[in-house]
Design a protein. Structure first.
Lengths: 113, 112
């Protein structure tokens, strides 16, 4: 069975500092990987995805994630965070089919001035 | 604009009452999903549907029911058999295998 572990439930960081949100998954088959962001009382928005090809994927707002097959990881990074990045971030994995996503428990990113 | 609409945004249930959460999408997606979100537990899959008139149980289907009579609509009923229904419910849709899911803004259900 697939599973996703987000190693940090909360990550406090100062504005303009770098951040890494960690995600490890377990699966015996090839996977697709996603990061979603959730702002308070809203649904989830897709931040970035790894389906195939280059192992480094980037979002339009400066986040990036690297798929590491040997370490079964898909960590999310941003070199300089803004107050507006404060949100909860979810890592998710699927092995395809009709996209039955398995979510991690989430990491709450709190950016302080 | 295309998207997923969930209603109502807030819902209150009395003891022994069934309530229905609405989910409508105009993205022409085949697959639709219902998730339950509790603090610190991420999202758990309740039901999903790959095609009209067909749906499958997810990981926590007990106490819930769904229907998929139209491609655009996937309502979720929280029955009185669900003893702990207080949660944030999210509906999602996807065009097909390997494609990301798109989410609605959720319905927050509470018990009176």
């Amino acid at each position: 069975a697939q599973s996703v572990t987000q190693l940090d439930s909360q990550v406090p960081v100062f504005e303009e500092a770098p951040v890494e949100l960690r995600c490890n998954y377990s699966s015996s088959v090839s996977v697709y990987l996603f990061w979603y962001v959730q702002y308070p009382n809203q649904g989830l928005q897709l931040l970035l995805k790894y389906l195939s090809g280059s192992t480094l994927v980037e979002s339009i707002n400066g986040f990036e994630a690297e798929f590491n097959k040997s370490q079964t990881s898909f960590h999310l990074r941003k070199p300089s965070v803004h107050i507006s990045d404060t949100a909860e971030y979810f890592c998710a994995v699927t092995s395809g089919g009709y996209n039955k996503l398995i979510f991690g428990a989430g990491t709450r990113l709190a950016v302080h001035p | 604009d295309g998207g997923i609409t969930q209603s109502p945004k807030y819902l209150f249930r009395k003891e022994g009452q069934n309530v229905t959460l609405s989910c409508e999408q105009n993205l022409n997606h085949d697959a639709m999903y219902w998730y339950r979100q509790d603090p610190g537990q991420g999202l758990r899959l309740i039901y999903y549907s790959q095609i009209v008139n067909d749906f499958q149980k997810g990981d926590i289907a007990e106490g819930y029911s769904v229907s998929r009579e139209k491609k655009e609509s996937f309502p979720l009923t929280v029955t009185s058999a669900q003893k702990n229904p207080t949660a944030f419910y999210l509906c999602a849709s996807s065009p097909g295998p390997g494609e990301p899911q798109h989410f609605g803004d959720g319905t927050r259900l509470s018990i009176l």
